[in-house]
Design a protein around this ligand. Structure first.
Ligand SMILES: *[C@@H]1O[C@H](CO)[C@@H](O)[C@H](O)[C@H]1NC(C)=O
Ligand SMILES: *[C@@H]1O[C@H](CO)[C@@H](O)[C@H](O)[C@H]1NC(C)=O
Ligand SMILES: *[C@@H]1O[C@H](CO)[C@@H](O)[C@H](O)[C@H]1NC(C)=O
Ligand SMILES: *[C@@H]1O[C@H](CO)[C@@H](O)[C@H](O)[C@H]1NC(C)=O
Ligand SMILES: *[C@@H]1O[C@H](CO)[C@@H](O)[C@H](O)[C@H]1NC(C)=O
Ligand SMILES: *[C@@H]1O[C@H](CO)[C@@H](O)[C@H](O)[C@H]1NC(C)=O
Length: 395
């Protein structure tokens, strides 16, 4: 029975990469075995490793974990190149474990909500055929999967990854959005020294000492959606609302831009922190507002866009050639935090006017928008955490 080892392994592996991941920014394709602090949010998966099953003896692993993100993958492990696999994830803020063996899959979700921005002690261990998850020292979830037909493997390799899956087309019991904006520290992994591989590139993301809810744009990248992914026609509403909350006066750069499917700018909102100004550009109309505070709201109706700031109507701009509802439905580009030049440039990070600032919340038709679901999000943008101060945790 080798699943136990797998899990443990998994758990194990995490810790090691952490420290060096932090220390190692600036290095490409870095090998690491750290036990320190690690930000999973930079890419998905962040790092991976493999080991010989025969080398794995200890079946207990632990780490501390902190996030405000409700959904994402912490740990993935498999053997036989993905025939048997294990995933530890969060869904709706709750821990979830899924195990697959051949065509059988088991899933369990529950326990305490972990996405509260506080550090949680997490332990994974194998008990016979079960994998047990402990949080804060108490067992909270168990999952097991036994197959009469499965062959027991004690040889071969186990692969592990953090912050994402290694098999992209993996058929989970319930699909999950893998990106996890969260930090891990104090890992203790299977008492085994593994070497992890990561290509953090120029700028891995650090873990902040304190975080608060929001999406942080550090001035180096943007997130873009296709408006047709927010189907407002179904609701039969006669207008579309887009709301952004922030400390608006602290933003600098492009907060929001709506572009045609050919990437021609239609409506642009930029912020200037020095003058504490917000500028709205729509065709030949330009509106400038000073001293914005907490909330920016746009209402798009058939031929009009209405701009509200802090629940005060600032301007209503008409254009009888512009049917917002029809165009929204057809699919425009809606970008937060910068101006994408074209489809290829988005992927090449070739945009401009990048935003610096914390966006507390983005809502479309009153529903919170999760940047992890964007068509494209630059790795520097943290989808679920903003700094409260500039302090970084000691690695
Ligand atoms: C796994 O075992 C093989 C030989 O059995 C060895 O060549 C290889 O280096 C081992 N890999 C690891 C990661 O220990
Ligand atoms: C892991 O590596 C460290 C330093 O390289 C070493 O001191 C330690 O004994 C190793 N532990 C195991 C279990 O191999
Ligand atoms: C939307 O409204 C129109 C008329 O206002 C109505 O005919 C249609 O049935 C409505 N559609 C839905 C999905 O409610
Ligand atoms: C404006 O934002 C920039 C970052 O884009 C920052 O360096 C600067 O200190 C800010 N200025 C003020 C007055 O807040
Ligand atoms: C947006 O979605 C629509 C409909 O799904 C599609 O036709 C269009 O090409 C998409 N636009 C972009 C920029 O991806
Ligand atoms: C984007 O790339 C094009 C060439 O592909 C270049 O001409 C343009 O200057 C780039 N824009 C920015 C903002 O870097």
């Amino acid at each position: 029975m080798y699943f136990p080892s797998l899990f443990l392994l998994l758990c194990v592996s995490l810790a090691q990469l952490s420290q060096e991941a932090v220390n190692g920014h600036g290095v490409k394709n870095k090998h690491t075995s750290g036990k320190g602090l690690l930000n999973l949010g930079f890419k998905s998966p962040l790092m991976h490793t493999k080991a010989n099953l025969s080398d794995i003896t200890n079946i207990k692993s632990s780490f501390e974990f902190r996030t405000l993100d409700p959904e994402g993958v912490l740990l993935y492990g498999d053997t036989q190149g993905g025939v048997e696999w294990f995933v530890l994830a969060l869904r709706g803020g709750l821990p979830e474990m899924q195990i697959g063996k051949g065509d059988a899959i088991a899933i369990v979700t529950g326990g305490p909500r972990l996405n509260d921005g506080r550090w949680h002690q997490v332990q994974l261990r194998s008990e016979g055929r079960l994998v047990v998850l402990e949080v804060g020292g108490a067992p909270v979830l168990m999952v097991g999967l036994h197959s009469q037909h499965a062959v027991e493997h004690t040889m071969g390799q186990i692969r592990l990854s953090l912050g994402g899956l290694l098999v992209q087309e993996l058929e989970l019991f319930r699909p999950i959005q893998p990106q996890m904006d969260g930090c891990i520290r104090a890992g203790n992994w299977l008492n085994h020294n593994l070497t992890w591989e990561t290509d953090l590139g120029e700028k891995g993301r650090l873990c902040l000492a304190e975080i608060q809810r929001g999406s942080f744009f550090p001035g180096t990248g943007l997130a873009a959606f296709n408006t047709s992914d927010f189907p407002v026609h179904q609701t039969n509403s006669s207008f579309i609302t887009i709301e952004m909350e922030g400390p608006l006066a602290e933003w600098s750069g492009t907060a929001l831009i709506i572009l045609s499917s050919q990437y021609d700018p239609v409506l642009t909102i930029t912020a200037q922190n020095r003058s504490k100004e917000l500028k709205v550009l729509f065709h030949e109309h330009a509106v400038s507002v000073s001293e914005p505070l907490a909330k920016l709201s746009l209402s798009l109706s058939r031929y009009m866009v209405k701009i509200d700031l802090d629940n005060r109507i600032i301007r209503e701009l008409y254009d009888d050639t512009h049917d917002w509802l029809a165009r929204w439905h057809e699919g425009m580009v809606l970008a937060f935090g910068g101006v994408p030049e074209n489809t290829n440039d988005i992927a090449a990070d070739n945009g401009s006017g990048y935003l610096h600032g914390c966006v507390r919340q983005i809502r479309i038709q009153g529903r919170e928008v999760d940047l992890d679901h964007a068509l494209y999000k630059h790795s520097s943008v943290s989808s679920h955490s903003c700094p409260t101060s500039v302090g970084l945790l000691d690695p």
